[in-house]
Design a protein around this ligand. Sequence first.
Ligand code: GRF
Length: 226
Amino acid sequence: MKHTMVQQGKLKAAVLISGTGSNLKALIDAVKSGKLELDIVRVVSNRAQAGGIGYARAADIPCSIISHNAYPDRQAHDDAIVRLLDRDQAELVILAGYMRILGNAFIARFNGRMINLHPSLLPLYKGLDTYARALKAGDRETGASIHVVTSDLDAGPVISQVRIPIKTSDNAASLRKRLGPLEHKLLVATVDQICKRIVRFEAGEVMVGDHVLEQPLQMNHDGMFR
Ligand code: GRF
């Protein structure tokens, strides 16, 4: 079954979180201030202690805690989330610090309609501990990427990136601190391009306007794409 994004009105998005939810907050703030024409129809957290739940509640966004511990296996947990998102008619799924691997059925269900924010310059450093790995490798820069979610972990087509230099004095905490606000801008700017239907996913490719995206969009530190 092929699912396409509805072409009129505000895009309906679900945001999946596991932690502090600062990226969720950035989306909520951008919607509130009129910068982003997005309808966040639901927030799902797999962890009851996730700080982001408070942001969703404060903004009156329906929020569900779907703990993976309450289900016998990954598929059953995924299915519970899919049922909710279907009910809400979510057209876009935004993984914003969602720390569970999703099964293939979930990914197929939202094929081309799910994005993930990852704290590295993909294809470098898929998975965890990205800052430590960049430091250990002696890299001179790091950054964040937003990619389309496919069944290969952190390996779907990259839509957009932001870069920061790595200083000799940096550690993982300082990189996280400097990159955090830029991740927020990257997520808002990228979702904005999707809401405006400038960035689309078609036949496994990321399209920007009429062109297939050859290289990820690069965002300046002021939040604009070059
Ligand atoms: C971000 O650093 C993102 O790159 C990674 O998880 C973190 C989420 O942070 N995927 P927050 O929960 O949005 O504050």
